[in-house]
Design a binder for this molecule. Structure first.
Ligand SMILES: C[S@@+](CC[C@H](N)C(=O)[O-])C[C@H]1O[C@@H](n2cnc3c(N)ncnc32)[C@H](O)[C@@H]1O
Length: 244
């Protein structure tokens, strides 16, 4: 809503001016209309920025603490959030989110209609995890290393139906990726899928790792409206096997 207002403002102002030119409005009416539109625009922009300034500053501080751990210059865009959650719907929960960061994907999942109680958010950075708890009090937020999830009893107990990953996988060594995939696929229902993104052309999970774990990767979208542009991948089991 607030974002739309930003775009509408110049168009509306131009409309008022054109109508005034056509002498259908007095100068006073034009001034009043432009002022009213400006107030609505500034209010909308203030609301939007109050939200993003706090998230962006948290993100930048986390980036400063661990550049490789965050692995991105900006939080993911709304377009990337839409692309990575494109196959999810209100009944897709419970959903596991790895590297939830500022909660861009979590917010999108709530918008889709997945209840907050059905979100399990894993975030290693303590400040970002605290922020997630504040933002999503009904979600389960775990401040822990996603690559060690498989070691905790939590993974087997979760029974999630989908997983979304915002982790900087390209910066991670093979053994971490192995730990992440083991944890995720232990928690995932048989026909569940893991959605992740990469900034490179290739899937950030090496073919030999996919092969070893009996998984396959399929690219489902390229998102240009993200800095930098990203590719979204869907990882599934090759054969739907029984988990345990
Ligand atoms: C690209 S960023 C955030 C992505 C998020 N979708 C966003 O746009 O705000 C990656 C996040 O993964 C977190 N992270 C990195 N390594 C992690 C690990 N081993 N376990 C859990 N979280 C991790 C970072 O702290 C960071 O918040």
């Amino acid at each position: 809503m607030t974002v739309e207002m930003r775009g509408e403002f110049p168009a509306q102002a131009a409309q008022w001016i054109m109508r005034a030119r056509a002498a259908t409005l007095t100068a006073a009416q034009v001034t009043r209309n432009v002022a009213q539109t400006s107030i609505r625009f500034i209010r909308g922009a203030a609301l939007t920025s109050a939200y993003t300034i706090r998230d962006t500053s948290l993100f930048v501080r986390a980036l400063h603490r661990s550049p490789a751990g965050v692995g991105a210059v900006l939080p993911s865009s709304a377009a990337l959030a839409a692309a990575i959650t494109q196959e999810l719907h209100a009944d897709s929960g419970p959903v596991l989110e790895l590297g939830a960061g500022t909660g861009v994907f979590s917010r999108k999942m709530l918008k889709i209609g997945i209840p907050a109680q059905d979100l399990i958010l894993i975030e290693l950075d303590a400040d970002l995890a605290d922020n997630l708890r504040e933002r999503f009090p009904d979600a389960l937020v775990l401040c822990r290393d996603a690559s060690r999830l498989y070691r905790a009893p939590v993974a087997q107990a979760l029974h999630v139906r989908a997983a979304v990953c915002g982790l900087p996988l390209r910066n991670m060594p093979l053994r971490c990726k192995l730990g992440i995939l083991r944890g995720v696929f232990e928690a995932l229902e048989t026909d569940g899928a893991l959605y992740l993104f990469s900034y490179g052309l290739r899937c950030p999970i090496e073919a030999r790792l996919l092969e070893r774990l009996g998984l396959r990767a399929r690219r489902i979208q390229v998102v240009y409206r993200n800095a930098p542009p990203a590719r979204v991948w869907k990882i599934t089991r090759r054969v739907a096997v029984f988990k345990r």
